[in-house]
Design a protein around this ligand. Sequence first.
Ligand code: F6R
Length: 271
Amino acid sequence: MGRWQAVKTRNPMRVVILPTEQEASDFAADFIEKLIIENENAVLGLATGSSVLLTYETLIKKYQSGEMSFKNIITFNLDEYIGLKPNHTKSYRHYMNQKLFDHIDIDTKNVFIPECFNQDYELSCENYESKIRQHGGIDLQLLGIGTNGHIGFNEPTSSLKSRTRVKTLTQNTITNNSRFFENNEVQPSIAITMGIGTIMEAQNIILIGLGKHKSKAVADLIEGPVSSFCPGSVLQNHRNAVVVLDNLAASNLKLYDYYIHTEKMYLKYMC
Ligand code: F6R
């Protein structure tokens, strides 16, 4: 059994709780590294936002120290704002360039982000789905979670089978993300996002939850019913999903001690 096989999980979801944001992010970076070492042509699904920042920093360090290469890696981002030019400083393409792609050896022709400027958006969504299929699907999808439980920009009440589409953002998401925009800047309120059905087709999923402000969404995701009210809860039905949390994000979990125990058992018997 290869190393990557060894870290794979089976239903139910693996919940990993680590003391700090840095340790949780390093865990996610190691997880991604293992996949890439097993498969240098892997297809990664990537996210933007604060939760993945330290993970990207750790991946950059791993690349700089010669531990890993992204030369043949293909990436698909979860989402992009409609109406922002790709080079707009608040576009997710710009974020990805700044936070990851400009610092590693990825081939820019292998980078896919929904086309969201001056497009036929419906066609753009269909093309995105077919590009994912052409590349054989996503091997590992990286996710954050919104305080309202969204994954990608699949807001509460999104269909659990939804595909890549245009989505209107909730006021909660707009308010949370206003921190990335200046006062005089227009903040988009619609976006293209991979659907929940699209995300669930990834072979492996790792979701990062950091900070007290995520603790309710995280508890709904792990311990709530599977419901479109908390889109992240659908991961309970994924065959290979890992949720990695810092202690603060895990602080609302009713079965906190149980997850600590099961992870110890997992490490003892499965790795
Ligand atoms: C980002 C994305 C979103 C974020 C979520 C958490 O591409 O799809 O689902 O992962 O909004 O955002 P942060 O990490 O900024 O709290």
